[in-house]
Design a protein around this ligand. Structure first.
Ligand code: PLP
Length: 357
């Protein structure tokens, strides 16, 4: 079966090779299905250990940082990160770049913290990343969302901060090199560049564990998971196993540095077409454009039905913009090959040739 070219925003777009290997393990991993083996068995403990080791290897995680797999998605990460970083000020700085950061802010407030929104791009409909100077002040931490999946904006480098930094990297982790030492907590739902939904990745500076100034329920305390090697309760075994396979694949194909170059090439190709083609227009501030989620509109809205038909005919799926943003969104996670972007660009060129004489 020829697979469709998946520009969808998720969940879980993986290389075909990884899907195939993961599906074999569902039928037979070690005489049993990966889904039925005990998570305490040596075979699964080895999977967990390898998954953690491969995260460390692919992101050059320095000494003194813990890698953990929890559940609850980034949505629980909003609360967990705030609760674990609460200190004497019980006050945090948040950068507001749209829906996901607004949800993070809500959970920090639910955790009992006072929140200052120190920068926001709300005024321009979240079409940019706000300008931010070095962050300092009587805050326990600063939080931001590295890639704004819905709008298609992305921080091009880590923020400059004198206070601890917490980052939701759900939609761009493993897509480009990062310096883990810039952060106290990184969290990300697995389901964009890592693996199937179910697992949530945390990369945490060990020295922050157990330091919270507020009461901590066991599951929400990152120290609990660190002490139990991510086995405090039954882990999402299939998500972690498939994430491990995907990380093996990533490292075999050159690691994060290599995929970053491919991701840049994909983004350059598509943005160049959007800028050159009179029928299309990018949605966001050029310097803040995301390499993961490319958002754009038709300059002639009346051609929407025809354009939808054209990309569907080209075997493309998932190009519809987020329900709150409209227009089009081409999500180009690690597993989307450059060849798929070439097909999309060719489709756009042909569409324009047909409609503009
Ligand atoms: N943060 C970002 C940047 C996201 O893109 C998403 C989901 O797409 C979330 C948070 C929510 O993640 P989850 O569904 O894992 O809770």
């Amino acid at each position: 079966m020829s697979k469709q070219l998946n520009f969808g925003a998720g969940p879980c777009i993986l290389p075909q090779e990884v899907f195939e290997e993961a599906s074999k393990a569902v039928l037979n991993f070690n005489g049993l299905s990966i889904l039925e083996i005990s998570h305490r068995s040596p075979d699964f403990v080895a999977v967990m250990d390898e998954a953690i080791a491969l995260v460390k290897k692919s992101l050059n995680v320095p000494e003194g940082y813990a890698v953990m797999f929890l559940q609850g998605g980034a949505s629980l990460g909003f609360l967990i990160s705030a609760m674990n970083m609460a200190r004497k000020h019980k006050k945090a700085a948040y950068i507001d770049t749209g829906v996901w950061s607004a949800k993070a802010i809500k959970e920090a407030v639910n955790a009992g913290l006072e929140v200052d929104i120190i920068a926001s791009s709300k005024a321009d409909g979240y079409k940019s990343i706000p300008n931010i100077d070095t962050i300092d002040g009587d805050y326990d931490f600063v939080h931001y969302t590295s890639n704004n999946t819905i709008y298609g904006t992305q921080f091009k480098k880590a923020i400059d901060s004198k206070i601890p930094v917490v980052c939701d990297m759900s939609s761009d982790i493993f897509s480009k090199e990062i310096n883990v030492a810039d952060f106290d907590i990184i969290y990300a739902g697995a389901q964009k560049n890592l693996g199937p939904a179910g697992a949530t990745l945390y990369i945490v500076k060990e020295s922050i564990l157990g330091q919270s100034s507020i009461p901590m329920p066991s599951y929400l305390n990152l120290k609990t998971h660190f002490e139990k090697d991510s086995m405090f309760n039954t882990p999402p075994v299939f998500s972690i196993y498939t994430s491990m396979l995907n990380l093996r694949y990533l490292l075999k194909t050159g690691g994060v540095a290599a995929i970053e170059k491919v991701n840049q090439a994909k983004a350059d190709l598509l943005y160049t077409e959007i800028d050159a083609n009179p029928l299309f227009m990018g949605n966001v501030n050029i310097k803040d454009r995301s390499n993961m989620n490319v958002t754009f509109v038709l300059t002639h809205e009346e051609l929407t039905d025809e354009f939808n038909a054209a990309w569907k005919k080209a075997n493309i799926v998932g190009l519809k913009g987020h329900r709150s943003a409209g227009g089009f969104r081409a999500s180009m996670y690690n597993a989307l090959p450059l060849s798929s972007v070439e097909v999309l660009v060719q489709t756009m060129k042909e569409f324009t040739a047909e409609h503009i004489s």
